[in-house]
Design a protein around this ligand. Structure first.
Ligand SMILES: *Cc1c(COP(=O)(O)O)cnc(C)c1O
Length: 378
């Protein structure tokens, strides 16, 4: 049996005609940059996530970049984040010549550890005033533990940018309310990379916020810092979302909740049936359906790479997110970190495997994955 890690053709099949019609409508309209289709998606995402402003962008990476630019982050500034995420989280900081500073993860959720974050300030009183932002990542589709992070941010006067690239629609219990990923902090970033729960037919992203002044600045930065056209008060970039991507995403958005539910159902199936000694299933930190399972990531006791080769041989899709933590990346050697400095991230990088979890996966396919893991570790 062939069980891919993700099957976008299966996702497209039931909405194919609608997607085609929407794309052709944009092509025939000749409105290829910005316009009503982008604005429609922005309003829909703002409503979906419970935020006031949503600004369509070229990618999730550019969302992080523009968020940091809006805070005027640059040389000499520090930005605290996790060492265990997709490269863009730290890359955006470094591209602005600011310094990414890493704080280890909670080994249960793989998200940044709020206690370690607080401890960093206690251990680095001389550097604390240089911290200009904190970027928690909602890794794999489950929110980072935002309450203590937001409290720390407020206490120190440091803005928080949520990296919700993998977590659109994930939820978090905050002060007796249920909040949506990216609606809790100063800014939140989404990615519409095709493999995310809401993915376009190419690159796309969005930044969301509740502050009017900040939203106006982000909108300006999106188009070279100009307002009106050709009058530049800021140095921005070309960070626009294409209307072709916007319409594909608008067709998909009404299905997103049912896709999340199908992923949650598949996760519950693995949780119940994947019982292999030593193998650790993903932790549910809050309510079960607050996690949108962009990835279902297990931790294996040993022989991770041999296990992956075994799965590959059986045509079972799998991946490692991510094999090298930021502090051990070649391009960040200049930051001066050493192996062993973030042992929990290093452990995760060496022991985790992402399994197929996409909505259209069948129980028979999941049984095949489960049997293969039981065979390997049995
Ligand atoms: C996908 C992703 C990004 C970057 O998004 P792109 O749209 O691919 O640029 C950033 N952060 C995390 C955690 C991601 O998973």
């Amino acid at each position: 049996m062939n069980v891919p890690l993700l099957d976008l053709k299966a996702q497209l099949a039931p909405i194919r005609a609608e997607v085609h019609a929407a794309v052709l409508e944009v092509i025939d309209s000749t409105q290829y940059i910005m316009g009503p289709k982008v604005e429609e998606l922005e309003s829909a995402i703002a409503k979906y996530s419970g935020v006031k402003h949503a600004i369509g962008l070229s990618s999730g990476t550019d969302a992080l970049l523009i968020g940091l630019m809006a805070l005027d982050i640059g040389p000499g500034d520090l930005v605290l984040t996790t060492p265990y995420s997709f490269f863009a989280t730290a890359g955006a900081v470094a591209r602005l010549n600011a310094t990414p500073v890493f704080v280890d993860i909670d080994p249960k959720t793989y998200n940044i550890c709020p206690d370690a974050l607080r401890a960093w300030f206690e251990q680095n009183p001389d550097r604390a005033s240089k911290v200009k932002a904190i970027i928690p990542v909602h890794l794999y589709g489950q929110c980072a533990d935002m309450k203590p992070i937001l409290e720390l941010g407020r206490e120190k006067g440091i803005p928080i940018i949520e990296d919700g690239a993998q977590a659109i629609g994930a939820r978090y219990p905050l002060d007796g309310k249920v909040r949506s990923a990216c609606s809790m902090a100063e800014m939140g970033c989404f990615s519409f990379f095709p493999s995310k729960n809401l993915g376009g037919a190419g690159d796309g992203g969005m930044i969301v916020c509740n502050d009017d002044t900040l939203a106006a600045k982000l909108r300006k930065l999106r188009t070279h810092g100009s307002q009106p056209k050709y009058y530049h008060s800021l140095i921005g970039g070309n960070f626009r979302l294409d209307p072709i991507q916007a319409v594909v995403l608008s067709v998909k958005l009404p299905h997103l909740e049912s896709w999340h539910a199908a992923r949650q159902k598949n996760a519950a199936y693995y949780d119940e049936h994947l019982n292999v000694t030593g193998l650790v299933k993903p932790a549910i930190a809050y309510e079960r359906d607050f996690h949108i399972y962009n990835q279902y990531v297990i931790s294996v006791p040993d022989r991770r790479d041999e296990c992956r080769a075994f799965l590959n041989e059986k045509k079972i899709g799998n991946e490692v997110y991510y094999p090298v933590p930021f502090h051990m990346q070649e391009c960040f050697a200049y930051l001066g970190y050493k192996p062993g400095q973030f042992p929990l991230s290093e452990y995760a990088a060496a022991h985790t495997i992402a399994l197929p979890i996409y909505p259209e996966l069948t129980p028979a396919m999941q049984d095949f994955v489960i049997a293969a893991l039981a065979e390997f570790y049995g």
